[in-house]
Design a protein around this ligand. Structure first.
Ligand SMILES: [Zn+2]
Length: 411
């Protein structure tokens, strides 16, 4: 959308913009074909009922699910599992020996408390190899057995989330209490909500919550049968699928890998504002992109088509969280646009103290971005909240559109 027309329109109509939001205006995630939310069904361990009963139901409705398989469990029904692959169901990695906490006595021989990162990497690599050999596909997503994401104990405990982020597009947890927010989530820690033993009506409030917020509900279960322990009941699944397939409910139902890939592509293209800490490397420039900043204030919005923050009024600011490895001086380069009429207001760059200030110079138009050095700052080693805002309050118009701030170390 043309910024000028959007700006003019909002001001002409004097639309009441949402009051004083602490964190800017939340972006609605751009799901495909106007869908309002995403839904994934996932089942762990390669239980026999998955391919003897579950896939018949899914195939009847043309719905694809995700199965986190332990390779040895696939072998007894290999032909049925191959058929599931042919019908588009995703096969994910769930390790070889299903290591869990040794608090489960059955897991003592393979307790996560005794694992190393190297041992985990070797096992997950081997699981991928075996799944490829058995079923012809290489998993792109992982489900943490028992939902546990650490190895070792106490002071020597270590997260293996970085390993999952390195090996897979996404990792799914277990027994979580909320849907995934695709604007914010760590892809290696997707929340997984239990559907075993539940009725459709029990899941409906969370589906509605996800729809309202434009989120992604990832359901997780085990057996797919009429009844039993650790079972996502077929009657519940049928109701759920009918609801999800009804076009008026606006749900994109697809495997975790498919949706994860879609979310990743939107993020990689800079279309999503995902606030996160940026880690500078010693002696290397660091670019603070708008998409990694946090918008704070009543009107500020991330504009994906410009990869910039706009609607930057006197009460708005952007904050970046950054980690500096050693105390250094940086030249600061601003990348902005502004109309000639709005140019000339004063800005401040600050942490817990003012670092520099200056005047927003003309860039030519709202559509023309310009880069210019605005000064030099010193940042101490450690974590900072670096904020960019207007130096003084103003009532009308905008400060600028802000795309990036580059920090270039001074040699
Ligand atoms: Zn499991």
């Amino acid at each position: 959308m043309n910024k000028l027309s959007k700006f003019a329109l909002l001001h002409l109509l004097c639309l009441p913009l949402t009051g004083a939001l602490a964190q800017g205006n939340p972006q609605k995630f751009p799901w495909p074909e106007g869908k309002r939310m995403a839904l994934s069904l996932s089942f762990d361990d390669a239980r026999k009922t998955n391919v003897r009963q579950g896939t018949d139901l899914f195939d009847k409705y043309g719905v694809q699910a995700t199965f986190y398989v332990v390779p040895s469990n696939v072998k007894p029904d290999l032909e049925l599992w191959k058929k599931a692959v042919k019908n588009g169901h995703e096969m994910g990695n769930h390790s070889i020996v299903h290591p869990c906490s040794g608090n489960f006595v059955w897991s003592r021989e393979r307790a996560l408390e005794m694992y190393t990162i190297d041992k985990m990497r070797a096992e997950l690599t081997e699981a991928n190899r075996q799944i490829k050999e058995l079923l012809g596909v290489t998993p792109t997503t992982y489900a943490y057995p028992c939902g546990i994401t650490t190895i070792g104990r106490g002071k020597n405990a270590q997260s293996f989330v970085p390993l999952i982020a390195d090996m897979f597009v996404a990792g799914r947890r277990w027994l979580d209490e909320a849907p995934v927010d695709p604007n914010y989530c760590d892809m290696a820690l997707l929340t997984g909500v239990e559907m075993d033993g539940k009725d459709f009506e029990q899941l409906l409030p969370m589906i509605r919550q996800a729809e309202k917020a434009g989120q992604w509900l990832v359901l997780a279960g085990h057996e797919t049968a009429d009844s039993g322990n650790q079972t996502s009941r077929l009657a519940m699944l049928e109701k759920l699928i009918q609801y999800a397939k009804d076009p008026k409910n606006g749900i994109w139902i697809a495997p975790i890998g498919t949706i994860a890939q879609y979310v990743k592509e939107k993020r990689d293209a800079g279309l999503i504002n995902t606030p996160q800490t940026l880690y500078a490397a010693a002696g290397k420039p660091l670019t603070l992109e708008a998409r990694y900043g946090t918008a704070v204030g009543p009107k500020i919005e991330y504009m994906p088509e410009w990869k910039a923050f706009g609607w930057f009024t006197g009460k708005d600011k952007v904050e970046w969280s950054l980690e500096i490895p050693q105390t250094s001086q940086y030249d600061v380069v601003l990348d902005w646009s502004v109309s000639d009429e709005e140019a000339g207001k004063n800005f401040v760059l600050e942490t817990n103290k003012k670092l520099l200030s200056g005047k927003v110079e003309k860039s030519g138009s709202w559509e023309t971005f310009k880069e210019k050095k605005i000064g030099r700052i010193k940042l101490e080693k450690g974590r900072h909240q670096l904020a960019f805002r207007s130096e003084e309050p103003f009532e009308k118009g905008a400060l600028l559109d802000l795309r990036t701030i580059k920090l270039i170390p001074v040699k």
